[in-house]
Design a protein around this ligand. Structure first.
Ligand code: SF4
Length: 70
């Protein structure tokens, strides 16, 4: 899974940080989402999917199913 965030869409609600705090953080300056890891471990995928689903501004995008070369 590859994760991307769009800070231009983020409305600083913090839902993603509450849901997956090891993957998302918020800027202390403006509250915008910060991505801590863009290839989270499989164990984190459910949290990341939930975060993407509940983000009120659709700022979190997930790419899945792409094979990653060795
Ligand atoms: S849930 Fe969405 S809008 Fe809220 S801080 Fe995270 S990326 Fe931004």
């Amino acid at each position: 899974m590859h994760v991307t965030v769009d800070q231009n869409r983020c409305c600083s609600s913090g839902q993603c940080v509450l849901t997956a705090p090891t993957v998302f953080d918020q800027s202390e300056e403006d509250g915008l989402v910060l991505l801590l890891q863009d290839e989270p471990a499989e164990a984190l995928h459910p949290q990341v999917r939930t975060a993407a689903a509940i983000c009120p501004s659709g700022a979190i995008s997930l790419t899945v199913g792409q094979a990653v070369g060795a």
